[in-house]
Design a binder for this molecule. Structure first.
Ligand SMILES: Cc1cc2nc3c(=O)[nH]c(=O)nc-3n(C[C@H](O)[C@H](O)[C@H](O)COP(=O)(O)OP(=O)(O)OC[C@H]3O[C@@H](n4cnc5c(N)ncnc54)[C@H](O)[C@@H]3O)c2cc1C
Ligand code: SF4
Length: 323
């Protein structure tokens, strides 16, 4: 591993002040340190932000503020989160293992990098790691990669389960940096690859996530479902965070659907939502909405299986949420 300086920040402004060329923030280190060992990341300086006083979960009026340094285990176990945002607690619990969740932070989880096998292998070219070198995944192993919103430059998927639930909950990500504070509505934190796959998010270098804020939970029932190759310690092939509000007369009053494992960012299924709201809460309508969303998919030969998987997951989850 390349030698690096280590500095522990005392406050958010101290962290921003200590950031400079070649620096990276360190959360729990469960992704970044792995990437440093693999030679994928090689910071000159680590600014440790895992012990900043940003480790509380607190209601602010009718909203909930989750500090960037809150550990994934504490978030999933928080009684307020479990009762008011059970979909979020569920999403976090489907990720990684108990040991990893004890270390991993809210901000680090959102900013973890893709698990595309070529990105993690420094002996192979990869546009995300080294812009302009090519994307071997398109002709090679893309089984677990994107079917929506990908580009000729990159077909990677974003791995976070938490981010999918936050996208469905209309969460806001609070950031600070040398040029001031910013609030980024989810799913707008993560970007599609386009011709700049090296940029995972809209954050500029040195911007520090300080918190995630949740509006009051939307009306209706909610669920997070994750399909994966084995029951634990596996990233999503496809996942869904869904909220469905059905009126007494069987009409859909509100609906939110976010998909994971299908794109470079959590994918808010806006076409499906629009197709459903104001219509009947029936299996047939759910199927039509899923198909309307997935019409825009561009699968590769070895990941076309994700389309029926996503379609069935949307339909089954909405059926389960129907009163
Ligand atoms: C075996 C294994 C299985 C896993 N399975 C899953 C899974 O199924 N689902 C899932 O969602 N996750 C999974 N994970 C990922 C795990 O959840 C992430 O590694 C973890 O959430 C990253 O959090 P961290 O605090 O350790 O981040 P770090 O590794 O410390 O940092 C990650 C990135 O975030 C940046 N960063 C950290 N904090 C801040 C901040 N405050 N502001 C700006 N930038 C910051 C760092 O610079 C770095 O780029 C798995 C991990 C492992 C090791
Ligand atoms: S899909 Fe993206 S991350 Fe994977 S090899 Fe291609 S450019 Fe690299």
């Amino acid at each position: 591993m390349k030698p690096f300086e280590y500095a522990r920040a005392r406050s958010a402004s101290d962290a921003v002040g200590r950031f400079g060329p070649g620096a990276m923030y360190l959360g729990g280190g469960t992704n970044l340190v792995d990437l440093m060992r693999l030679g994928v990341a090689g910071p000159d300086r680590l600014v440790d932000v895992s012990r900043l006083p940003l480790d509380t979960i607190a209601p602010v009026g009718d909203r909930l503020r989750i500090g960037a340094a809150v550990r994934n285990s504490d978030l999933a176990a928080d009684p307020y989160v479990r009762t008011r945002y059970p979909m979020l607690a569920r999403a976090v619990l489907t990720g990684a293992s108990g040991q990893v969740r004890n270390m991993a932070t809210t901000a680090g989880n959102l900013l973890q990098r893709t698990r595309c096998p070529y990105f993690q292998d420094v002996t192979r070219p990869c546009n995300k790691r080294e812009p302009g070198t090519g994307c071997p995944a398109i002709e090679g192993d893309h089984t677990n990669l994107a079917v929506l919103g990908a580009s000729d430059a990159c077909v990677a998927t974003h791995p976070s389960d938490m981010a999918v639930a936050l996208a469905a909950l209309d969460a806001e990500v609070h950031v600070t940096g040398a040029s001031g504070d910013r609030i980024i509505p989810m799913p707008g934190l993560h970007r599609l690859p386009g011709d700049e796959p090296e940029r995972d998010t809209v954050l500029d270098p040195g911007m520090l996530i300080t918190a995630v804020e949740l509006p009051p939970p939307p009306p209706g029932a909610s669920l997070y479902r994750k399909v994966r190759e084995r029951a634990s310690f596996a990233f999503a092939l496809v996942s869904i965070a869904a909220v469905l509000d059905v009126r007494g007369d069987g009409v859909v009053a509100g609906c939110r659907i976010a998909l994971g494992g299908v794109a470079h960012a959590p994918w808010r299924a806006e076409r499906a939502e629009r197709a459903l709201i104001g219509g009947p809460a029936t299996g047939e309508a759910y199927l039509r909405a899923a198909e309307a969303e997935l019409e825009q998919a561009r699968p590769l030969p070895r990941n076309a299986f994700k389309l029926p998987l996503a379609r069935n997951l949307i339909v089954r989850t909405l059926e389960e949420l129907t009163p």
